[in-house]
Design a protein around this ligand. Structure first.
Ligand code: NAG
Ligand code: NAG
Ligand code: NAG
Length: 430
């Protein structure tokens, strides 16, 4: 059964009586839009494309061919793969871009990323900069989805749905026939407004399962190496090709992970075309290490000043090794996907990515910082009060962390940061 076809013909209303949760409805909405756009709305005018950020550098793949073939939605929501606690259902390769398989063979690194509704538009810029294969895990989506049309050839989409209560109100009562295909942005906005307050509240109340999504994205990559990011982390241009060349001669015979430094960038400037330009922006206060003001431990061990001093720009290479690894370091790195999984007991904010990196360190991984490549997070971040829901999620995860670090100790018989011996480090935790 093709659930998208059903959406298409009868509206997503049908699923109100299904066993699936409300988020399926949102995902259904996305797929519906993708389908509509792909089959009928390929004539999107340039000015209907949102420009949330300064203009992009030229597209790397100008030759993407948008075919007129309907995408094949390999989705039956009665099937799928449950997580270990039976709270989320995953669907692998729900929508596979026509180039994904081929690119997975020719590129040594697959970009794995995950996103919820609110940030999905970032995927467009990510795909403009990354011309290799992308595995994207979508939890729920909808806004500005049409843009994915431009990039979906290279992307394989995975879906995740929470098992949860069935909504009581009818959603999306109007079907696609009322939507204006030539104005996808407005149509999507219309669809989004039809989400009942229930869904919106549900989303606010329930944490986003970051680590489930990361594993989902990672495990559907087919290339030997994976670059796992969050969707709002934008790669420097030509990163995929640069890494491809790097891995041709890489000869790590231990456990190696390659850090791609992350900077945050003032929204008013253009995406830096190369490291020289990034370093210049840094000197003018328009770029700085990611989370520098908000939570410095996050990236500190990368040693940005050392990276900035490395002036060799002709090929991707190791700038230096991370020598001062500390707990709470959470770089974005490229590694073989045999690195430890992201622990799925951490749900929502706090202890999601840094616990995985911590386990890598305990397992004996060494971290090497690559240059002249980098990633960018838009917007200089400032310390501000955390919303209470985020604090709550962090507190819940902190409780699990105690157990987690004991398990890691039991698994590797090592405690290099003295996390089990000394509890005092906990005071440093977010
Ligand atoms: C695309 O849009 C242009 C301008 O609006 C129009 O002239 C053209 O016929 C459209 N093409 C298709 C295939 O609808
Ligand atoms: C880096 O980018 C700047 C600005 O676009 C350009 O002038 C410079 O030539 C670039 N440097 C290299 C080595 O590509
Ligand atoms: C960064 O590297 C420099 C050497 O270039 C070293 O002196 C400094 O201690 C390092 N800082 C950190 C935080 O590792």
């Amino acid at each position: 059964m093709h659930f998208v076809s059903i959406c298409h013909q009868h509206g997503c209303k049908l699923w109100n009586v299904s066993v699936l949760s409300i988020l399926v409805l949102t995902a259904c909405n996305v797929l519906l839009m993708l389908r509509l756009l792909h089959t009928e709305c390929t004539n999107i005018s340039a000015d209907s494309v949102p420009k949330p950020h300064p203009p992009l550098p030229p597209l790397i793949l100008d030759n993407v061919v948008i075919s007129n073939v309907s995408p094949i939605f390999n989705v039956d929501p009665r099937l799928g793969r449950w997580d270990t606690r039976h709270t989320y259902k995953m669907i692998d390769h729900a929508l596979v871009g026509t180039l994904f398989t081929e690119l997975s063979e020719s590129f040594s690194v697959c970009l794995a990323t995950q996103t919820s509704l609110e940030k999905v538009h970032s995927l467009v810029q990510v795909a403009h900069h990354w011309n290799g294969p992308i595995s994207a895990a979508l939890f729920a989506a909808g806004d500005e989805e049409f843009s994915i049309l431009q990039v979906r050839e290279r992307v394989s989409f995975q879906l995740a749905f929470p098992k949860e209560k069935i909504p009581t109100t009818s959603l999306f009562v109007e079907t696609s026939s009322h939507l204006d295909c030539t104005r996808p942005e407005a149509s999507l906005g219309k669809l989004l407004k039809k989400r009942s307050p229930d869904i919106v509240r549900w989303r606010l109340r329930n944490p986003y399962p970051q680590n489930h999504m990361r594993n989902l994205a990672r495990k559907n990559c087919q290339s030997p190496h994976v670059f796992l990011t969050d969707v709002d982390i934008i790669p420097s241009t030509n990163l995929a090709d640069g890494l491809n060349n790097f891995f041709k001669t890489e000869n790590c015979n231990a456990l190696c992970a390659y850090v791609v430094p992350t900077y945050e960038l003032d929204d008013r400037v253009q995406f830096p075309r190369n490291k020289t330009e990034l370093v210049r922006l840094t000197g003018r206060g328009l770029a700085r290490p990611f989370h520098h003001k908000v939570f410095i431990y996050n990236q500190f061990a990368t040693n940005f000043s050392r990276w900035e001093q490395d002036k060799y720009i002709n090929a991707v290479h190791v700038s230096h090794k991370v020598t001062n690894f500390e707990f709470l370091y959470e770089p974005f790195y490229v590694a073989s996907d045999s690195v430890p999984p992201h622990d799925e007991r951490f749900i929502g904010y706090g202890f999601t990515r840094n616990t995985q990196v911590y386990e890598m360190y305990v397992a004996g991984y060494e971290f090497f910082v690559l240059s002249p490549v980098f990633t960018i997070h838009w917007g200089l971040q400032h310390r501000k009060g955390r919303p209470s829901w985020r604090e709550r999620q962090n507190t819940n995860n902190r409780k699990n962390f105690d157990q987690f670090k004991r398990e890691v100790f039991a698994r590797y018989h090592k405690d290099p940061l003295r996390m089990v011996a000394h509890q005092s480090k906990d005071n440093k935790l977010k």
